[in-house]
Design a protein around this ligand. Structure first.
Ligand code: BTN
Length: 239
């Protein structure tokens, strides 16, 4: 796999989408800073300064889109958790793919699919991880509480080293994940889920649904229960 380093870019995801044709499968685009970082559900992703990770992985797993590709964000959230655990911390997953420590967000993931007409061209799997942000930096994130690896550990962490380990871990089981899909990671994902059996409110693009989070399906969708009825949500954000 190749690493492509950019000092500054609008967004590594946008860069990946613009250049998808010429970028090889498994290229890892890393930016020193982003001026227009993108988040899920049309939000933005704030640049918290140098030493944090702004990364997109170009993936061209097949010439036809497969539903399992949509779960790669959940696979990546689990990989990020496992790596953070190796630093002695206890990260959790907020459905579908936010990584939190003590309820504060440390990593966000945004996957974008590139199509040309009806043809699937590839995926840009973007993620931001707060590595070296200080307390005054994470306070700039106003919509939710955030933290960083160095805040949690009380010491500096080498982002480049962290990224290398992350990419190795990601590709270790990547092929198995592509064969089996979410079911392959369901058990380990649920072990880290912080939303089970809680009354939650899930915001989609234009609706909000409340209920008790019961589990996730074999496809990674959220199962909510309300008034003895079950709802399955495939997209949204737990408020
Ligand atoms: C979210 O939690 O809403 C997803 C945030 C994803 C942010 C990353 S930073 C690198 C990549 N480029 C972007 O513009 N967004 C993703």
């Amino acid at each position: 796999m190749e690493f492509l380093y950019l000092d500054e870019v609008d967004s590594t995801n946008l860069y990946g989408k613009r250049n998808l044709e010429k970028l090889e499968d498994k290229t890892v685009i890393v930016a020193g800073s982003q001026t227009a970082g993108r988040g899920r559900l049309n939000r933005s992703w704030l640049d918290l300064g140098e030493g944090n990770l702004y990364v997109s992985i170009i993936l061209k797993p097949a010439s036809i889109f497969d539903e399992k590709f949509a779960n790669l964000t959940q696979y990546l959230s689990l990989v990020i958790c496992k790596l953070i655990e190796s630093y002695g911390l206890k990260p959790e997953i907020k459905w579908p793919n936010d990584v939190l420590i003590n309820g504060k967000k440390i990593a966000g993931i945004l996957s974008e699919t590139v199509m040309q007409g009806n043809n699937f061209k590839g995926l840009v799997l973007g993620f931001g991880i707060n590595i070296s942000a200080k307390q005054e930096d994470v306070q700039k994130v106003v919509d939710k509480q955030a933290t960083s690896l160095s805040i949690e550990l009380g010491k500096q962490v080498d982002g480049t080293e962290f990224l290398k380990r992350l990419i190795n871990l990601f590709f270790q089981d990547y092929n198995k994940f592509l064969e089996r899909g979410f079911e392959f990671i369901k058990h380990e994902y649920l072990l880290r889920a912080n939303f089970l059996d809680k009354e939650i409110c899930v915001k989609g693009f234009n609706n909000t649904q409340t209920g008790i989070a019961k589990s996730v399906t074999d496809n990674g969708a959220l199962i909510l229960e309300k008034d003895n009825e079950r709802f399955v949500l495939t997209i949204g954000d737990i408020l």
